[in-house]
Design a protein around this ligand. Structure first.
Ligand code: SF4
Length: 405
């Protein structure tokens, strides 16, 4: 078998932060050659896959899957398109999927249909004999790219200079971050959080330090801190785009009273939801319930009836009585799937524009067919491999989170 080649994703190579929406025609699969955004996707997929339609791709993936049997496990994040989710042995959020993969010892290959940081997390938790594959290497995450290792190190050094020490500051990174930042947290007494355990993680951190340095998502940090009773005046925003030495744009007074130092990052999908959309939904139907993801802005979360992780949203809708009308503030693929799975309820996306997560959308079935057929041929393409020094410290940060009850 040919040796696998670890591949590094860089935002420079596959620009994503500026993209808000890669389709205005719907979320059904069209041939790769017709995707207008293909120019920013992984280009070196063999030409034979470019014009294949959904049916043919589905048949080819099925055939490869049959041949490979238990040697491969396919994971599908909730935000993946239907033609991908149909092949998922397990669907869930990033952390559930990484854990699931680690328990699938019989599978040599973990094909992670999600984005880059998720495949990295699976690689950190995998067993020695397993290899993790990301079908489209250009499937990154614009939020994760807002916190780079040099920018976080620079901020940490400035905080050290300002406070005289970082001994009292616990770094916490959201799962949606590069492995190098999980490693930074592991090496500096911190840990990782997900949107379902952020409160527990912050409790743990505040038992050990006076302040928390939280990145990359300001909204999850602010919404969680507020739910824990931390006043907004004790949170400060760190603008990583500013010049070195200007304390992230914060005043010395704000930093002195800060308990939560929030990185100025956000999710481009969840930032689309607004209070106005919620008001319009309520005006149209006073009985509507609104549930949103905590990556939404503070005012949106405050205006909603409920908020929580993707797992929470799935359960919220499952548990709602028949006849319920629920407006949802999260990615369109998940919302439209939930609407199909619950025909006795009215489920709709608060954002009227059909706009999937632009990078999740890059996992087109043509890429899945390519990596699966390569495995059948004895080749591993698009392997994700976290460097050993990052893997070791990132595992510490993940294990601290896992140890929380
Ligand atoms: S939905 Fe937002 S946080 Fe999730 S992968 Fe897409 S850009 Fe990143």
């Amino acid at each position: 078998m040919a040796p696998s080649t670890p591949i590094a994703l860089t935002a420079e190579r596959y620009p994503i932060a500026q993209l808000q929406c890669e389709t205005d025609t719907g979320i059904a699969t069209i041939p790769l050659s017709q995707e207008v955004a293909f120019g920013s996707w992984q280009p070196d997929i063999p030409a034979e896959y470019m014009d294949l339609g959904s049916e043919e791709l589905t048949a080819r993936i099925h055939a490869a899957r049959e041949t490979l049997g238990d040697r491969v496990v396919i994971l599908g994040h909730h935000y993946q398109r239907e033609d991908i989710i149909a092949f998922a042995d397990e669907r869930g959020d990033s952390f559930q999927l990484a854990q699931y993969a680690a328990n699938r010892g019989e599978s040599e290959y973990i094909v992670f249909c999600g984005v880059h940081f998720m495949a990295e997390a699976a690689d950190i938790l995998r067993a020695d004999h397993q290899q993790v594959i990301l079908p489209n290497i250009a499937a990154g995450c614009s939020m994760a790219d807002m916190a780079s290792e040099p920018d976080v190190h620079r901020a940490w050094a400035e905080l050290k200079e300002f406070y005289g020490s970082t001994d009292d500051i616990i770094p916490v990174t959201y799962m949606n971050s590069a492995a190098s930042l999980k490693a930074f947290c592991g090496a500096n007494g911190g840990l990782v959080c997900t949107s379902s355990n952020a409160t527990k993680v912050l409790d743990w951190a505040f038992e050990r330090g006076k302040r928390v340095f939280f990145f990359p998502d300001q909204h999850l940090g602010r919404n969680t801190g507020h739910a824990m009773g931390i006043p907004l005046e004790q949170m400060v925003l760190w603008n990583w785009r500013g010049p070195s030495g200007n304390l992230g744009g914060a005043t010395p007074e704000a930093l002195e009273r800060a308990r939560l130092i929030l990185w100025q990052g956000h999710c481009s999908v969840h930032q689309r939801f607004t209070v106005q959309q919620i008001e319009q939904a309520r005006a149209a139907n006073p009985d509507v319930k609104i549930v949103v993801h905590p990556e939404c802005r503070y005012d949106v979360v405050q205006a909603a009836d409920a908020n929580g992780s993707t797992g929470y949203i799935v359960k919220y809708i499952e548990d709602a009585p028949a006849g319920s009308v629920i407006g949802v503030g999260t990615e369109i693929n998940l919302v439209s799937r939930l609407a199909k799975e619950h025909p006795d309820k009215t489920i709709f996306c608060l954002d009227p524009v059909v706009c999937p997560c632009s990078t999740m959308y890059r996992v087109h079935p043509a890429y899945l067919a390519w990596v699966m057929e390569a495995l059948v041929d004895g080749r591993v393409v698009n392997r994700i491999e976290v460097p050993e020094h990052h893997r070791r410290d990132a595992k510490v940060a993940l294990e601290r989170m896992l140890a929380l009850k």
